[in-house]
Design a protein around this ligand. Structure first.
Ligand SMILES: [Zn+2]
Ligand SMILES: [Zn+2]
Length: 433
């Protein structure tokens, strides 16, 4: 029986029509979903589809033996290897050593982690706001000595014998969130909902190489027309901000507040305008973030100067906003988000929560008849919508990269980002330097 590689996405629209059901639009249950990323992007972007080679795909992964590597070599463990010389014994990585201590160290080189995995040599990676949680927060003893980061792109140098769609030589974005790759949710690209409870943030990204599990569902061959900076954003924060926007169900003419105008908030602010809101408020305390939000067309609210809830209520006739995106995570900003939410409104939280528990006034929430969505992003799920927007120049999220540093300056990059010095919004690191 023929098995289609393409997914059908129901109720998806960029025209601002209502989204029904969960934060994510529903995936048709009538279509088999098998790691469809490459065929999807081949269709999106013409004959080549993605940088690097497009390979003929098998319609049924169970019926075909593994192919030999492009150069004909079969590496150890049945892996298909890239160019000679790919093997090393050590690599450089940015390693967590405790409170505000990130060190550049030599660690054992990454290896293909399993038959369904791949080895990616990085070409760029970024520092994420959630990397700072372990950096400036209480010391996480369990993580001492581990590699930082989860926002990387690079070149595939080796794949396991069960990988069907990714090949050595592919230039890829590595999803920050991975799952088992084989359950129904992972195959529908919803890796944050892995039914085998293997959802995890792939915190291996700030190194010269990454061992990527479940490569077919974790890697995006970077399509033509998508820059390296944009591809790095596709690994996490652009899909995260966009998930917030999608979850808030913005209607044309609706009022929007984005709480937290850091990198994720900037992604939410920019993509919120795709849905035709009448007003978008940006709430933060950092002047240069608010200036950037204002350049996008948002109304800046400086929470260090005014009570942000009162300010938003004042400017909405006392009603608050129908669509609120929380893009920071701590209790304080979640409270602001609930505070600016209008009756009947929707709060969509994508800020990585740092406080395990929080007390809310259920009577007040009950009286507002509101919807609250919260959860980790599945970056892959948003790629089919975000890639065409990038290719057609409809969004320019790469504007957030204010600092480009060599990997050897990684510890300083953390310091700048954490101190919010020097007009920083987001820091990109170059592993070749
Ligand atoms: Zn991130
Ligand atoms: Zn899974």
């Amino acid at each position: 029986m023929f098995r289609s590689w393409y997914i059908t996405i129901g109720s998806l629209s960029l025209s601002g029509r209502p989204i029904t059901g969960d934060t994510h639009p529903k995936v048709s249950s009538s279509v088999t979903r098998l790691s469809p990323l490459r065929p999807m992007f081949a269709a999106l972007s013409g004959p080549m589809g993605a940088r690097g080679r497009i390979h003929e795909q098998s319609p049924d992964r169970r019926s075909r033996a593994p192919r030999p590597a492009r150069n004909g070599k079969v590496a150890r463990h049945g892996c298909r290897a890239g160019p000679p010389g790919a093997r090393r014994t050590a690599m450089r990585a940015l390693v967590y050593r405790g409170h505000k201590r990130i060190e550049l160290e030599n660690v054992p080189d990454a290896r293909v982690p399993a038959p369904d995995g791949a080895l990616v040599r990085t070409t760029s990676f970024a520092i994420c706001g959630s990397d700072l949680h372990g950096y400036h927060g209480p010391v996480n003893e369990e993580r001492i000595g581990s590699t930082m980061g989860h926002e990387a792109i690079g070149e595939v140098v080796e794949v396991g014998s069960e990988v069907r769609h990714i090949r050595p030589g592919d230039h890829v974005a590595v999803s920050a969130v991975v799952g088992c790759g084989s359950c129904e949710n992972c195959q529908a690209l919803l890796t944050a909902r892995c039914a085998n409870s293997e959802t995890r943030v792939l915190n291996l990204g700030q190194a010269e190489a990454i061992a990527v599990p479940a490569a077919d569902s974790s890697l995006l061959p970077i399509p033509d027309g998508v820059s390296d900076e944009q591809a790095v954003l596709l690994t996490d924060i652009l899909p995260t901000g966009y998930k917030g926007v999608r979850g808030a169900g913005i209607q044309p003419g609706g009022t929007v507040a984005v709480v937290g105008a850091g990198p994720v908030g900037q992604m939410a602010l920019e993509t919120s305008f795709l849905f035709g809101p009448s007003k978008v408020f940006a709430i933060d305390q950092v002047p240069h973030r608010l200036e950037e939000a204002e350049r996008l067309g948002a109304i800046p609210i400086d929470a260090s100067q005014v009570d942000p809830v009162e300010a938003v209520l004042d400017q909405t006739g006392g009603k608050g906003c129908q669509h609120v995106i929380e893009a920071a995570g701590p209790q304080a900003t979640v409270r602001i988000a609930f505070g600016v939410l209008a009756h009947g409104g929707t709060l969509s939280q994508v800020g990585a929560t740092t406080d395990p528990e929080m007390t809310v006034n259920l009577m007040a929430l009950f009286g507002k008849d509101l919807t609250y969505r919260v959860g980790l992003v599945s970056p892959q799920y948003a790629w089919p919508e975000l890639v065409p927007l990038l290719q057609e120049g409809k969004i320019h999220p790469e504007r957030v990269f204010t600092h480009h540093l060599p990997m050897s300056d990684g510890p300083r990059g953390y310091e700048i980002f954490d101190n919010r010095d020097d007009g920083v919004i987001k820091v990109m690191l170059d592993p070749t330097r």
